[in-house]
Design a protein around this ligand. Sequence first.
Ligand code: THU
Length: 138
Amino acid sequence: MTPAKGDLIDVAREAREGAYAPYSEFRVGAALQAADGRVFAGCNVENASYPVTICAERVALGSAVAAGARRFRRLAIASDASAPTPPCGMCRQALSEFGLDLEIESSAIDGTLAVWTLRELLPACFTLQDRGKGGAGE
Ligand code: THU
C-alpha cells in the first residue's frame, strides 16, 4: 500500500482510534511510510505506571523495524490537540537512528497541518556514527 500524500494522515487518524489513553485522554495516531512504500501504523499505549507509556510514533517505528524496514520517507501524526503536535524528544531520537531526512506531517483535530523534517526538529542529534556504529537509515 502506497498512500498518496493526504492519505498517510488518514492512516494516522484511523490509528488514533485505537489509542489506549485512559490517563491523559490524549489520543495520538501515527503512520510511518518506509522507503519501499509500506506503511506502519501506531497509537499511544498508556500505562498505570505513567513513564511506561509508549508514544504512537515509537509504536509505529517498532512495528516497521520488526517487519524489516530500515529506511523511511514520511511520518504522519494525528492527535486530539487544537494545534499540530510535533513528535516528543524521545521519539525524535528514536526516529533519528534511521535518518534525518524524514518528512513529518502532523494534523490537529480540525485538520490543520504542519510539516517539518526530522533534521529541523532534532539539530545536533546524538549518534555513534563517529564510532562506525548505527545510522541504519543513512
Ligand atoms: N504522545 C504521543 O503518542 N506522541 C507524542 O509525540 C507526544 C505524546 C502521547 C503519550 C501520552 O500517551 C499522551 O500522548 C500524552 O502525553
